[in-house]
Design a protein around this ligand. Structure first.
Ligand code: MN
Length: 343
């Protein structure tokens, strides 16, 4: 049985209560999480287009650079990268009359604006689908049963009664977030509502196949060859535990000239093997070791990441970190694995 965490959301007001604030043109600051993914950028750009159409002035901020496979998206040229332009981002933050926080629920996920977000008196609106929100928001929507923040931005537009304002740019951005966070509509977070949204975007003229092409078919030859190496040499399967592990050291990446962003999606590979329900990717970084977890069915990798690796996320997708060395972390992980038995 799937049980969804139901947040006690009494600390904030429903997003409908913020609608009056959007009736007159305002300076609006939108920010997503550090190391943004398709849903982070998709929901942010989709909401930006929508709010601009409503007459607002919008600053859209990514705390760090988006991955290469998203740079084709409409509106990316207008996104401010905090690491490149901190002063511009701070100025936009200070001038804003309203703040939207998308695809994260703890200010520290912005890395650079943690304190500012916690201390500001400017109203903060959150739209997010992660578990265990920090209770520091004024208005918002938080629902961990939703496939993606992009789906929630779509719900927000509909709640405002503005469905007819969804144009091709908004549709393209929101669809990108929807398809990337659902693994192209296959993860268990995909619902009837997810498909109805996709159908509505199609009706509005969305070209979905070009988006799948941009996201999936943009690999370099060397990245493809790296994948071959990883699958052959670096993937371990633990049949008894129904688990798969890929552990990559800095040297592994260096040998193939890969940057860490190009390990995106590798964690899913062991799940393609029959019987594997739990997949882990361990990567050695400059100052720590990171772990990504994916699972199928009711195996809770959010609980696993919280319990053993100081992390969290969703039921079927989570992450964590370790301050031990790379090799120690791999050994520790295997030890835990032999102690637990994912069904
Ligand atoms: Mn998301």
């Amino acid at each position: 049985m799937k049980t969804y965490f139901r947040a006690n959301l009494q600390f904030m007001r429903p997003i409908q209560d913020a609608f009056p604030l959007l009736q007159t043109p305002k300076k609006i600051f939108i920010i997503t999480h550090h190391k943004p993914d398709g849903d982070a950028i998709g929901s942010m750009l989709g909401l930006s287009y929508f709010l601009k159409k409503m007459g607002h002035e919008v600053a859209a901020i990514e705390p760090s650079e988006m991955p290469e496979f998203l740079t084709w998206m409409p509106g990316v040229d207008g996104v401010l990268n905090y690491e490149e332009k901190p002063l511009l981002c701070e100025a936009a933050f200070n001038e804003a009359a309203l703040i939207f926080c998308l695809d994260f629920n703890d200010p520290s996920r912005t890395k650079y604006l943690t304190q500012q977000l916690e201390q500001t008196t400017t109203p903060k609106i959150i739209i997010d689908h992660h578990l265990f929100p920090k209770e520091c928001w004024d208005y918002g929507m938080i629902n961990s049963a939703k496939s993606s923040t992009s789906e929630m931005v779509y719900d927000f537009i509909n709640l405002m009664g503005k469905n007819e304002m969804i144009d091709n740019n908004i549709a393209t951005c929101l669809y990108t977030g929807l398809m990337t966070d659902t693994g192209s509509f296959r993860f268990s977070c995909t619902t009837d509502e997810t498909h109805l949204m996709a159908a509505d975007l199609k009706r509005k003229g969305l070209n979905h196949s070009i988006i799948h092409e941009h996201i999936n078919d943009s690999w370099s030859l060397k990245r493809m060859q790296f994948l071959g190496y990883v699958l052959l040499e670096k993937m371990e399967i633990f049949p008894k535990e129904h688990a798969g592990l890929i552990a990559l050291s800095k040297q592994d990446l260096k040998t193939f000239g890969m940057n860490i962003n190009e390990t995106e999606g590798l964690v899913n590979q062991p799940l393609c093997i029959k019987g594997v329900k739990f997949a882990t990717l361990i990567t050695e970084r400059t100052d720590e070791v990171r772990l990504s977890f994916r699972s199928k069915g009711d195996y809770d990798v959010n609980a696993f990441a919280r319990k053993y690796f100081n992390g969290g996320g969703h039921l079927n997708a989570s992450g964590g970190k370790s301050n031990s060395s790379f090799l120690e972390t791999v050994t520790y992980f295997k030890q835990i694995l032999s102690e637990i038995h994912p069904r």
